[in-house]
Design a protein around this ligand. Sequence first.
Ligand SMILES: O=C(CO)COP(=O)(O)O
Length: 258
Amino acid sequence: MTTRTPLMAGNWKMNLNHLEAIAHVQKLAFALADKDYDAVEVAVLPPFTDLRSVQTLVDGDKLKIKYGAQDISQHDSGAYTGEISGPMLAKLKCTYVVIGHSERRQYHNETDELVNAKVKAAYKHGLTPILCVGEELDVREAGNHVSHTLAQVEGGLKDLPAEQAESVVIAYEPVWAIGTGKVCGAGDAQEVCSAIRAKVAELYSQDLADKVRIQYGGSVKSGNVAEIMGQADIDGALVGGASLDADEFVKIIRFREQ
Ligand SMILES: O=C(CO)COP(=O)(O)O
C-alpha cells in the first residue's frame, strides 16, 4: 500500500493583495515553524499578482510552504490578452496550478476539453495540476453525482501519459458545498473519492491510482477536517474561505493534533 503525503492547499481565490499575501505567508510560516510539519505538505494558491512576492519570501526564508497559481492558459505565449502561461508560472517556480475549478467552469465556461488542454500545458512546463471536479446540487439530488464527477475526471485526464498522471492531484469539490458552510458528509465525500480512485485505476492501473492524491474541498474548517481526513481515499483538503485566516488554516494543517 502506497503512503500518500496529505496535501493541504489554500485556494485564496480573488483575495489578498501582494502586501497582504506577504503578511499572511509570514504568519503561516511562523505558526508552522515550531513543529515539524513534514508529514503534511502545505501549499498556498494566491492570485497571480501575489506570486512573485510569495516566491521571494519562500526562497529567501527557505520555507517549506509550496505555492501555485489558480489557473493557466492552454497556450505557451501569444495574443491572448489577460492570460498567464505555463512558462511564466514555471519561471516563478510554482509547484501547483489549480485547473478546472468550478468557479472557472461556471463563470468562464471552461469545458472538459479546455481543462484537459490546461492539464497538458501544466505538465509540459513541469507544474503539477490540481484538477478540480464535482457536481452541482441538482446533479446530486438526481443521484448522478458519481457519474458526473467521473466523467470530469476522464475528460480532464484524456490522453495523459501514465508518467504524468501518477503525480496529478484531483480535488473533489461538490459545488453545493463551496462557500456555503454545507460540508459534504465525510462518508459521502469518501464515496465519490473512492470512485475517483477506481476510475483512475481503470484508466491506468491500480498501482498508479494508489499514488494519486485526492483532496476534498468545500467548506473545510478546523472543526470538520479531522473527520474528512479520516477517510481512506481522502488525501488532503483544498480550502477556500478558511485558508484566508492563518490561525484557522494552521489548525486545518495540524488536523492530526485535534
Ligand atoms: O472552492 C473551494 C476551494 O477551491 C472551497 O471553498 P470554501 O472552502 O470556501 O468552501
